[in-house]
Write a protein of this length. Structure first.
Length: 221
């Protein structure tokens, strides 16, 4: 009686499901084509599998570019300084304010020096005018700070020496006060900032009063 050979390729042994799956996976790696000595018939690989793997790999490489965060939006203007009076919109008057501050500081120091040379009660009058000019500079510097956030106070500048006679100095200051009054009134007419307009008008009135004081001192000579 003849016995069947179990290794015959025409007879497919029955493998457990788990062993068959493992064996088939290994067999495909080393023997991708269907061979006669394969103990089972290989199922054809899905034609779309390789194509599906390539885009997945490419997508994984490009993913960081696709999900880059958007650029941050510009910060909105500071609402605390977005005001009509002495706010950010008045920064266009910054250079003019600096010029006014420089002039007032120079006038303060000039009157302080001139007061030491004045006869009679002229020294007291000029000392009062010096205090007025310093107060003007402080008010202008405060306005500049509220607008820009920067304190402008160039007090370290050297004093201009007084030249000429005392009467000549009074005459020069008399002309300078009239020019300062005119500059403040012109600035008041041109500014759109109501707080600056009011400040300029007040300072113009003070400069006008100074011209009368200087005229009075000149009349006492």
């Amino acid at each position: 009686m003849e016995q069947a050979h179990p290794t015959c390729p025409e007879e497919t042994p029955i493998l457990p499901p788990c062993d068959r799956e493992v064996f088939e996976r290994v067999w495909r790696r080393v023997m991708p084509e269907d061979r006669p000595d394969c103990p089972f018939t290989l199922a054809e690989a899905p034609p779309s599998a390789p194509a599906a793997e390539a885009p997945a790999t490419a997508l994984a490489v490009r993913a960081p570019e696709a999900v880059l965060p958007a650029a941050p939006a510009p910060e909105p203007p500071d609402p605390e300084n977005d005001v009509p009076c002495l706010g950010a919109s008045s920064a266009v008057y910054g250079a003019l304010l600096q010029a006014f501050i420089d002039r007032e500081i120079a006038s303060w120091k000039r009157y302080a020096l001139l007061a030491r040379r004045a006869p009679g009660n002229g020294g007291r009058v000029l000392a009062t005018m010096a205090a007025d000019e310093r107060r003007h500079a402080k008010r202008l510097s405060t306005a500049y700070f509220l607008i820009s956030g920067v304190r402008y106070w160039p007090a370290d500048r050297a004093n201009q020496p007084l030249t000429g006679t005392y009467p000549a100095a009074l005459r020069s200051c008399f002309c300078a006060e009239q020019k300062a009054e005119a500059a403040y009134r012109a600035a008041a007419n041109e500014t759109a900032d109501e707080a600056l307009r009011e400040l300029y008008q007040e300072l113009a009135g003070d400069e006008n009063a100074h011209t009368w004081l200087l005229r009075g001192l000149a009349e006492q000579l």
